[in-house]
Design a protein around this ligand. Structure first.
Ligand code: PLP
Length: 227
């Protein structure tokens, strides 16, 4: 799968180019490879290039992949139904799409005590779209205080999927609001573990990096279009 190696090199080059252009430290932006709908062979091929962190949206599909590659780092990034929290709490390393207090409580209760606390990001509906899940920008700081007390979880930061825009400056403005919220979260929660601002996908990773993203989530430009 030579084209995968090629795509990977191109995405890595885009990330490091954006880091330079926007005066970010080298290697301050990590890559989450979004492998949803793609076969385990593609995950294996990308893992061979050195990629360790993979993102999945669909639980059943993800559990099959995790069983085959428990050595990789798995992030759940899709909508969460409350009756599906147990396998998520048991099998993932990170959950980036926590969007309700109740979901956080269930994940905390169901996290196996033999595992480290589950890393979570609070998803923010930054463009306030009815079609998207996530906390509203003006509620996320308060709910973060409550979630930070749950013993099975550790809040690592925020995640967002802004409204799709084609103009760079318009893409940038939603990411800028996220950066402001992220800084508020860092100062309000007495924790030095708030280190992850997950934003930027194939079409807008440069604008996200310009506004402080620490993790871009890339599917299409790594693995090709999804059917
Ligand atoms: C599918 C998905 C991505 C990847 O999007 P691409 O445009 O294919 O890079 C990133 N984040 C989330 C939450 C997704 O569901």
């Amino acid at each position: 799968m030579d084209y995968l190696q090629n795509n990977y090199n191109q995405v890595k080059a885009r990330i490091s180019h954006a880091e330079k252009r926007f005066h970010r430290s080298p290697a301050s932006v990590s890559l989450l490879a979004v492998s949803k709908t793609k076969p385990i062979e593609m995950v294996n091929a990308l893992a061979e290039t050195g990629q360790k962190a993979f993102g999945e949206n669909y639980l059943q599909e993800a559990l099959e992949k995790i069983a085959q590659r428990p050595d990789l780092e798995w992030h759940f990034i899709g909508p969460i139904q409350s009756n599906k929290t147990k396998p998520i709490a048991e099998h993932f390393d990170w959950v980036e799409s926590v969007d309700r207090l109740k979901i956080a409580q269930r994940l905390s209760d169901q996290r196996p005590s033999v595992k480290p606390a589950l890393n979570i990001l609070l998803q923010v509906n930054i463009s306030q779209e009815d079609s998207k899940s996530g906390f509203l920008p003006d509620e996320v700081l308060l709910v973060a205080q409550q979630i930070s007390k749950l013993p099975g979880l550790v809040i690592r930061g925020l995640m967002a999927i802004p409204k799709a825009e084609t103009e760079f400056e318009q893409q940038r403005s939603a990411f800028k609001q996220m950066q402001t919220l992220f800084k508020q979260l860092q100062s309000e929660l007495d924790s030095d573990q708030i280190d992850t601002l997950s934003m930027g996908m194939s079409a807008d990773l440069e604008a996200a990096i310009a506004e402080g993203s620490t993790q871009v989530r890339i599917g299409t430009d790594l693995f090709g279009a999804r059917l």
